[in-house]
Design a protein around this ligand. Structure first.
Ligand code: M6R
Length: 613
């Protein structure tokens, strides 16, 4: 969701900014722009609607725009349509102040009206132009001091932002400020960088600083100075990024999504191995000891999108194994419903990016109510990871495709590991069962690989036949319903086919009226006890014309008497089947999208990291 890149050093800035923006394309955007200045000259601003290629063409891949200091932006429209006019950077008429912004300024109308009264006019519909002019107002009226003008603006702005600015009287310098929006600063030799995410910096440096909320920084060639909101200089720790640069490249795959689907055995193995010590689960890195676990009386799992679906699966596993009551909630609902959190509650926030606005708000709300929090997060150093009381890192590695696959799989595993350990600490598992469950988890990577090897080609063939489907239903019972939810989201977000996940037992209460000839119904049936009930529900839709696909356990071959197309997964513990059953569904979404010729990795209207409400 919007991307910022900035550079100051001795090299030509524009090609570096364009390359950085390319690495942030996965975040989702609809227009892009650059502002670059050479020495004391005024910045040159170039913008283009649509993909980055349009901006590259306009600037001859950056060669036509000269200067060694600049800021770049990819915009995901919030205020005002996607257009060249609304694209960032925004500037004052004299280009004295130029800025880019990620996030939302909630009181922008009020600020805009005040600025109009002070004689300002506006050319765009954006909240960002308001921020630029507000900073300019303080800059002009309070002694042309960038840090002072940013600090004053920050006290007036309500909302979330990552801001990067250039000021006419401060050549070769970039000023940044942050509130609840991701931003990292890169330290090079004789050069400095700012970006919304690590992949944009990796080709140049691995030495980064995380800037905190309500903090600012001044970037000069090779130097970064941090300030708090009181404009005092503050120290920050320099952190080395350990990622392999190739982790954020396609590595021979046509799309990031397919590469990430294939990285799932590794992501699951790494996430399990990170907490296994001498064959036992050790949650000490997350700061969770047996005493803390035993004190937990109720769990709230709060998340958005696929992370929410991982939470729904975790609910079944946790309740089944640990017998702790669990409630799973959408973060966007939880934060506004004034939840009653009992004293012995424990809140688990799940988030790949660790920056999702609603999940962050839910975390803060829980902390305000003095409820201990655990974050299951993939991005090290992200805001949710930094603010939660306990952190369980999934080791999926950088996930670039908008549609999550490996991070979701790693979240499922995190949920399983926590459930096993909570169950053990609560005395619900004996030693033998504890070990059996851990062994089953350790087998999952090779079993995921087997599903990929056995089913990929059949799914590819099937997807090409059904790519024109208009409506698809995913049905399941119990934990299979949780998998159906994720399968349905995977399909709809990248193939633009309407799809719904339904608890199979609920169909008869209304939705079955939508079933007619040729409607595709994907059934997930991995649970022995629910198998026959699922078959009955499947027969009910089949006799109304549905075309039936099943995902079930190897050995359930009799399912072929009922369905038109069956996909099989290897035997595992019943509560771990989501890790295997989701694989065919991810492949289905992927291949339908490819068959339709769509942009798999960057689906329309979507952003990788949803940092606004
Ligand atoms: O970064 P998060 O895990 O907090 O993101 C949550 C959702 O935005 C995310 O899972 C989204 O639903 C994905 N596009 C699904 O593939």
């Amino acid at each position: 969701m919007c991307g910022i890149v900035g550079y100051t050093g001795d090299k030509q800035a524009a090609p570096i900014l364009l390359a950085g923006l390319e690495k942030l394309e996965y975040r989702g955007y609809d227009s892009a722009g650059l502002a670059v200045r050479k020495g004391k000259s005024l910045p040159e601003i170039v913008k283009a609607k649509g993909r980055l290629i349009a901006l590259k063409e306009k600037t001859n891949a950056g060669k036509a725009i000269h200067g060694n200091c600049g800021i770049g932006h990819t915009r995901w429209a919030t205020h005002g349509e996607p257009s060249e006019l609304n694209a960032h950077p925004h500037a004052t008429e004299d280009r004295e102040v130029v800025g880019v912004h990620n996030g939302i300024i909630e009181n922008y109308q009020e600020l805009r009206e005040k600025l109009i009264k002070k004689g300002y006019s506006f050319y765009s519909d954006t909240d960002t132009e308001v921020a630029v002019k507000l900073v300019h107002y303080y800059y002009e009226n309070y002694g042309q001091n960038p840090i002072d003008s940013l600090a004053r603006a920050m006290t007036r702005i309500r909302g979330t932002y990552a801001l990067a600015f250039m000021f006419k009287e401060y050549p070769e310098e970039i000023y940044v400020a942050r509130q609840d929006n991701p931003m990292i600063l890169g330290q090079g030799v004789g050069e400095t960088f700012v970006a919304s995410d690590v992949p944009a910096l990796l080709p140049y440096t691995r030495q980064v600083y995380y800037i905190g909320n309500q903090e600012m920084a001044r970037l000069h060639k090779g130097e970064i100075t941090f300030y708090n909101i009181d404009q005092e200089v503050i120290e920050k720790e320099l952190i080395e990024i350990k990622w392999d640069a190739e982790a954020a490249e396609k590595g021979g795959y046509e799309h990031f999504m397919m590469k990430e689907i294939y990285e799932q055995p590794r992501a699951v193995r790494d996430t399990v191995n990170a907490v296994l010590k001498n064959g036992r689960i050790d949650l000490s890195d997350a700061g969770l000891d047996e005493k803390t676990i035993r004190s937990i009386g109720r769990i709230y799992i709060v998340a958005c999108g696929s992370a929410y679906h991982a939470g729904v699966a975790m609910q079944y596993v946790m309740e089944e194994l640990a017998r702790i009551p669990v409630r799973v909630e959408l973060a966007s609902e939880f934060r506004y419903r004034n939840p009653i959190l009992e004293e012995n509650s424990f809140v688990i926030i799940i988030s790949q990016s660790g920056e999702t606005a609603d999940s962050l708000a839910a975390l803060r709300l829980s902390k305000e109510q003095k409820i201990p929090t655990l974050a299951i997060v993939n991005v090290v150093g992200s805001t949710i990871a930094r603010e939660a009381d306990h952190v369980f890192y999934t080791l999926a590695g950088p996930e670039i495709a908008v549609a999550t696959t490996k991070a979701y799989s790693a979240q499922l595993i995190a949920g399983n590991l926590l459930s096993i350990q909570f169950a053990y600490a609560k005395g619900k598992l004996d030693e033998k069962r504890y070990k059996e469950l851990i062994e089953a988890l350790q087998k999952l990577p090779e079993q995921i690989q087997k599903v990929l090897d056995d089913e990929k080609e059949r799914i590819q063939w099937f997807a090409s036949k059904y790519a024109n489907a208009k409506d698809v239903f995913f049905i399941g019972r119990g934990i299979d319903y949780a998998v159906g939810m994720e399968g349905s989201l995977k399909l709809k977000e990248i193939s633009y086919i309407h799809s719904e996940a339904y608890a199979a037992g609920e169909l008869k209460h209304g939705t079955i009226s939508l079933i007619e000839d040729g409607i595709l119904v994907v059934s997930v049936l991995t649970q022995k006890e629910l198998y026959e009930k699922m078959i009955s529900n499947m027969v009910e839709v089949k006799c109304r014309g549905a075309y039936l696909v099943a995902v079930t356990m190897a050995g359930n071959y009799k399912v072929e008497d009922t369905v038109n197309f069956a996909l099989y997964i290897p035997e595992t513990e019943e509560c771990f089947t989501p890790s295997l059953a989701v694989i065919p569904l991810q492949l289905l979404g992927y291949y339908v999208s490819v068959s339709k010729g769509l942009d798999v990795d960057k689906p329309r209207n979507l952003a990788k990291s949803v940092t606004v409400e």
